[in-house]
Design a protein around this ligand. Structure first.
Ligand SMILES: C[S@@+](CC[C@H](N)C(=O)[O-])C[C@H]1O[C@@H](n2cnc3c(N)ncnc32)[C@H](O)[C@@H]1O
Length: 289
């Protein structure tokens, strides 16, 4: 720990923020790498004559901030950490930074399966950092989950995140193309969740550089119309779900009507479009018979 005066710290902070960037990203850096919790930032400035302790020196923090500003690299990748619901997750450039809007998927599951003592067998297709599966494995401790991804390196990160978040072993990871690694679980799943790559090619090409240059293409691009992977997931879901099992999908802001039709065509019932906090039909869910 390095001890510095609050006065010096506040002066330095002002200079860093004057270079650009947003307060939230700067606070994230101070919290994750500097060891100053965001909640302490206001109280620190009340007494400039005091001292404070930093985990890393100002020069080191400044080099990360400069990288963030110059290259537009997301601060989460530079810090190697992100926060999602109540989880602290390791992230590298191999995995998508889990988004705040995706947090609602867990609430949708809570609405459908109200007892935490439920012994669910769930699968998540395309787990990335593991955020969704880990949250479910923790929330339903008697459940068993399987989480897949196409990339073995991604699964190493998800596995680390699970080990860091839980002492239990109720979540297993499998590598492979969508349903392929789950062949032995046909007809056994109570719940399948996926936030697959769903961005149409045209939109992908125009994504902001902090996304396009840093987040994995394989996690974002959903083919020409964005629905390539969603189609594949929905068409095979009936083979894997138990009777009355739920499929919960995240989709692009304008895809929910199409996904609804797709679920209908594949004989799902109780189909619903669930809006995110911005009022966008972000999730489409249905029950297999
Ligand atoms: C949009 S990201 C979602 C990650 C994580 N579930 C989340 O919500 O933050 C999609 C994930 O699907 C994985 N993926 C892409 N194509 C896949 C495929 N053909 N089979 C399995 N996983 C795939 C990507 O590697 C990526 O981790």
């Amino acid at each position: 720990m390095l001890c510095i005066s609050v006065e010096k710290f506040l002066f330095w902070k002002k200079i860093q923020l004057a270079k650009g960037g947003d307060q939230q990203s700067f606070a994230f850096l101070l919290d994750c790498i500097g060891g100053i919790p965001t909640g302490d930032l206001n109280s620190i400035s009340i007494n400039p004559k005091a001292t404070l302790y930093l985990k890393k020196n100002l020069g080191y923090l400044e080099s990360i901030w400069d990288d963030h500003l110059q290259k537009s690299c997301p601060i989460q990748y530079l810090c190697g950490i992100t926060f999602w619901r109540d989880l602290k997750l390791k992230v590298t450039s191999k995995v998508l930074i889990p988004r705040p809007e995706t947090e609602l998927i867990i609430d949708i599951v809570f609405n459908k399966f109200r007892k935490r003592s439920e012994e669910l067998f769930f699968a998540e297709l395309g787990t990335g950092s593991g955020a969704i599966s880990i949250a479910l494995a923790l929330a339903y401790p008697l459940s068993e989950g399987v989480a897949t991804d196409i990339d073995q390196d991604v699964l190493k990160i998800a596995t680390k995140n699970f080990i860091n978040s839980s002492k239990k072993s109720n979540l297993k990871f499998y590598c492979g193309n969508w349903w392929l690694p789950l062949e032995s679980f046909k007809g056994k799943l109570d719940l399948v969740i996926s936030n697959p790559p769903y961005i149409p090619r045209d939109t992908y090409e125009k994504l902001p550089k902090e996304v396009k240059n840093f987040e994995p293409k394989v996690a974002l691009l959903g083919g020409e119309d964005g629905l390539k992977h969603i189609n594949e997931i929905v068409q095979k879901a009936p083979l894997f779900l138990k009777e009355n099992g739920w499929l919960i999908l995240e989709n692009h802001f304008d895809q929910s009507e199409k996904v609804k039709q797709l679920l209908f065509k594949n004989k799902f019932t109780s189909i619903e479009i669930v809006k995110d906090l911005s009022g966008i039909g972000r999730f489409t869910i249905g029950r297999y018979k």
